[in-house]
Design a protein around this ligand. Structure first.
Ligand SMILES: [Zn+2]
Length: 647
């Protein structure tokens, strides 16, 4: 053993006193894991999480945390569904649907979005969540209760002593996929992988959306499908979009309408589920229930061969676009399909010459989602590696391959600057400042930054080719028109990678509503804004730093000003941050978070130094959050005191 005094912790070898702690933690976790997976957990989930987190902090590379099979789906305890998850009757087109409607002749049907995720059954006993079970073979599935508890929309406790099952679909929103999981082919694959991870990491990025429930031993508990959905809603579950219709043709028209909405929906759906409004438990127990049907959207997968990869340049980012042999897909001929990013190419193992599946899951632009199934595209082909560009076409800087993004890291890259000028012209809607003119001004080096626009004179402009006095005067007049921009529009105009006006609106609404407050924010502050995540938060802060001088010069020119934030009265919690630990008794944590945000405050997932309050009903507990807060002198307040602040 080494001497305690001169050892420093490294990721490989903790010092000896820690070494002992590590050994104990590893032994405990292993033992508890074994008991948990045998279906008789020896300790609570919270206790287990605490051990896990402790070990992760001291020795992140511990083999116990990365055990073989830790990521695999096997090894979960098996559990039986309350009501079998039978396979669904399917209609692929209006004709098949009409046939079903004629046979069943329901008076009224309930029509729901068919979510494209992974099914999950929650089992409750007297209102307490007992088990969460994946679909499995329909009768028996994997018990993933610990993982489910981390997901949004899974309630550990109901407000009434209900015993029975609640069904839903585990999904990942497109926003989350876009921010963090673009190496997975789609939201469904990402959700499927995460929900079956042994350590449960990432499950907080998943959401359960419910559509069904059944009471144990009481078939009469629910009699009406619409009331059932409302019952779920009243309990606090998120539910899938639901409506009632009474005519088959109306359902067919609704399917068309929803198909058109798909690109703008937050989650992937692949059709509608149509059910007789009258609940029929006997039917539900059949292998293939008859009184409901999945009315799918038109098939949107085609198989082709990847012929080439083009790298589309937008700002600093190089995005791979697959060129495929022309193929018919959802009514159009497809020759180009998105490949998202370098990670996607690597994780799919794509090569030039690979047979690929091209899909259009409601997106406007088709994308390559994976290799085609064996034999889907006949014939032999030679394959070769896909070449990646190595240097920026504009400034020759070596490109940076960040996995989720291949980009030119040079903040002064002309391509970036030019893109920013176009963006600024678009945000301000200066139509006279067209693409050609901007390009010209840029190439002649007269305009290299947004602020240069505000020193441009009519005389200078008039000298440009084909630009007469009159139109030069018009351009200048438009540029010089005084404007008051919302903060979100102003910042979006400076074109940070992947940060649009909508994102900036969220940030402003969360209380970062002046340029000073934005500049003073930390990555953690911004990442905590709902739905943002760390990558976007970093992009915002990097962008602010890189454009600080340009922004200041623009504002100093006096033409553009930023609209002042709304008065403070509506947001009494502005500037205050809250962190929660332990359970709240009057509301769920997510509800509490929303209330804080609505009143202008922010919510932290961990105790940080500048936290305003830690909310806990058990201030004496030895939890690490309590300890940290006390160490840093952060006030601990009870739920009651917290509620007082809300009112
Ligand atoms: Zn460059």
């Amino acid at each position: 053993m080494k001497h305690k005094t001169n050892t420093t912790p490294t990721s490989h070898e903790p010092p000896s006193d820690l070494g002992q702690t590590v050994a104990i933690l590893e032994a405990q976790i292993s033992a508890y894991q074994a008991s948990y997976y045998n279906g008789e957990a020896a300790i609570s989930d919270q206790e287990f999480d605490r051990l896990w987190d402790a070990l992760k902090q001291i020795k992140p590379d511990s083999p116990v945390l990365h055990r073989v099979g830790a990521d695999a789906g096997d090894g979960f305890p098996k559990a039986r569904h309350l009501i079998p998850m039978g396979s669904q009757e399917k209609a692929a087109n209006p004709e098949e649907f009409r046939e079903w409607a004629k046979k069943i002749a329901p008076e009224t049907v309930v029509v729901q979005y068919k979510l494209d995720g992974a099914s999950l059954e929650l089992q409750y006993e007297q209102g307490k969540l007992l088990k969460a079970i994946t679909r499995g073979d329909g009768l028996v599935g994997d018990e993933i209760t610990r993982n489910a508890r981390r997901m949004a929309g899974v309630l550990s406790e109901l407000d009434l002593p209900f015993s029975g099952g609640v069904r839903g679909e585990v999904v990942m929103t497109r926003q989350v996929w876009k921010e963090r999981y673009q190496d997975k082919a789609n939201c469904r694959n990402a959700a499927n992988g995460l929900m079956r991870k042994k350590d449960g990491s990432g499950c907080e990025d998943l959401t359960l959306i419910c559509y069904d429930a059944a009471a144990l031993g009481d078939d009469g508990y629910f009699q009406d499908e619409l009331e059932k959905v409302n019952w779920l809603k009243d309990r606090g579950f998120r539910v899938t979009e639901t409506k009632t219709l009474s005519d088959a043709e109306a359902v067919i028209a609704y399917r068309e309408e929803v198909a058109g909405l798909r690109p703008s929906l937050p989650v992937d759906i692949d059709g509608l589920v149509v059910k007789d409004r009258k609940t029929d438990m006997a039917d539900l127990r059949r292998d293939r229930p008859e009184r409901q049907i999945a009315f799918k959207f038109d098939l949107e997968v085609a198989y082709s061969v990847l012929k080439d990869v083009e790298w589309s340049e937008s700002g600093a980012t190089y995005t791979p676009i697959g060129v495929v042999e022309p193929v018919r897909l959802a009514g159009t001929t497809v020759q180009r399909a998105n490949l998202n990013n370098p990670d996607m190419i690597r994780s799919l193992g794509l090569k030039i010459g690979s047979a690929v599946s091209v899909v259009k899951r409601g997106e406007i632009i088709p994308k390559i989602e994976g290799l085609a199934p064996e034999g889907a595209v006949p014939g032999d082909r030679e394959t070769q590696e896909i070449p990646f560009p190595t240097h920026c076409g504009s400034c020759e800087s070596p490109l940076e391959d960040a996995g989720s993004r291949l980009y030119c890291p040079n903040p002064e890259c002309p391509k970036r600057l030019l893109h920013r000028l176009h963006k600024w012209a678009a945000v301000l809607d200066i139509r006279e400042l067209g693409e050609k003119l901007v390009q010209q001004l840029f190439t002649t080096k007269r305009i290299q930054a947004v602020s240069d626009l505000y020193t441009l004179t009519q005389e200078e402009l008039a000298e440009f080719e084909r630009m007469g006095e009159l139109s030069a005067a018009k351009v200048i007049r438009h540029i010089r028109t005084h404007r008051v921009l919302p903060l979100a529009a102003f910042v979006a105009g400076f074109d940070f990678e992947g940060v649009g006006e909508t994102i900036m609106e969220k940030v402003a609404a969360a209380g970062f509503n002046t340029l000073d407050k934005l500049r003073g924010a930390s990555v953690e502050d911004l990442a905590g804004v709902y739905g943002l995540g760390e990558i976007t938060a970093k992009a915002i802060l990097t962008g602010l730093a890189e454009t600080a001088a340009d922004m200041d010069t623009v504002l100093a020119a006096g033409v553009i000003s930023i609209a002042p934030p709304p008065p403070d009265t509506a947001q009494p919690l502005r500037g205050l941050s809250f962190c929660f630990t332990g359970e709240l008794s009057t509301m769920k944590r997510s509800e509490a978070s929303q209330k804080v945000k609505a009143l202008g405050g922010s919510v932290k997932s961990t105790v940080v130094k500048d936290l305003s309050f830690l909310v806990t009903n058990d201030p004496q507990s030895g939890s690490s959050k309590n300890k940290k807060a006390r160490d840093w002198g952060i006030p601990l307040i009870t739920e009651e005191a917290f509620l007082a602040k809300l009112s």
